[in-house]
Design a protein around this ligand. Structure first.
Ligand code: NAP
Length: 266
């Protein structure tokens, strides 16, 4: 894909962070957008800050309201008449030891970071198949490729995305449907972090504060979309998360031995 001009792109998690930065950059490049998340006022703010607000619709939704998501897909298609690209991006993060994480928290993270993506995908798939065209862009994480202390619920949900979308890619390639799974490292965003008892943590991690800016991440993501990249790393060129991906891929046993010795991340 050479250009995003006139591409109709639906972004979830568009009110903040990576989704917000993507919306602004995609609008500047001439895309037509549907922006979704829960906070309508924030979505309106994002829309009005974009280069071409006239080409942007807002479609509020709660990704954990699974009974409503199929209707949201019907509504999204109706806005511009079709959809070219679906960017699955909304989500939360998590920090807690496995021993201190309630099963309900695992379910909560899974519901938002995994099940909402696959419910929307399944509902949108017939539209893509009928058009013999379509593109799912999925925001995973470095934690979708590795595991470290404190991140079991989050890593499990992100790993699940790789399994699901790898299988889907194999099934829908013959319809011309593309799938890119984004693997971001630390990106500076106000991402919400849930603890083991279901409360949200107020302090942000030092790694996220020191990560790549969301605007730079958006530029990298758009380049990956244009290249129809398979599983691009998004983040700082030099950083511990990139090194971790490399070691896990090529020296997995060394990685498994090193991670417990590196201590618990903040
Ligand atoms: N920041 C990082 O370092 C990093 C690294 C790797 C991967 N990621 C991934 O990047 C994606 C975006 O996160 P971010 O860092 O940009 O964080 P963010 O700024 O907090 O953005 C998260 C977005 O998800 C939306 N959201 C949260 N709960 C929702 C719900 N129940 N229903 C609908 N929308 C919901 C939020 O909007 P509302 O509150 O308006 O609903 C917000 O727009 C996530 O999938 C995250 O796992 C982030």
């Amino acid at each position: 894909m050479k250009s995003l001009k006139d591409q109709i792109i639906w972004i979830t998690g568009a009110s903040s962070g990576i989704g917000k930065a993507l919306a602004c950059e995609m609008s500047a490049q001439g895309a037509k957008l549907i922006l979704s998340s829960r906070r309508i006022d924030e979505l309106e703010r994002v829309k009005n800050n974009c280069a071409h607000p006239d080409n942007i619709f807002i479609l509020p939704l709660d990704l954990t309201d699974s009974t409503n998501l199929e209707a949201k897909v019907v509504a999204a298609i109706a806005l511009f008449g079709h959809i070219d690209i679906m960017v699955h991006n909304g989500g939360i993060s998590q920090r807690a030891l496995v021993a201190e994480t309630e099963i309900a928290v695992h379910r909560q993270v899974m519901e938002l970071n995994y099940f909402s993506y696959i419910i929307l995908t399944k509902a949108l798939l017939p539209h893509f198949i009928e058009r013999r065209s379509g593109y799912f862009v999925v925001t995973s994480s470095v934690m979708g490729k590795i595991g470290t202390p404190l991140r079991a619920a989050y890593a499990a949900a992100k790993h699940a995305l790789h399994g699901y979308f790898d299988c889907l890619r194999a099934e829908v390639d013959r319809y011309g449907i593309k799938i890119t799974i984004l693997v971001p490292g630390y990106i500076q965003t106000p991402i919400s972090v849930i603890s083991g008892d279901g409360n949200f943590l107020s302090s942000k991690s030092e790694q996220i504060s020191g990560g790549l800016s969301a605007n730079k991440a958006a530029v990298q993501i758009i380049k990956a979309i244009k290249n129809e990249a398979y599983e691009p790393y998004i983040g700082r060129f030099i950083g511990e998360e990139r090194l971790a991906l490399f070691v896990k891929r090529f020296l997995p046993i060394l990685f498994a031995k090193l991670i417990p010795r590196l201590g618990t991340p903040k």
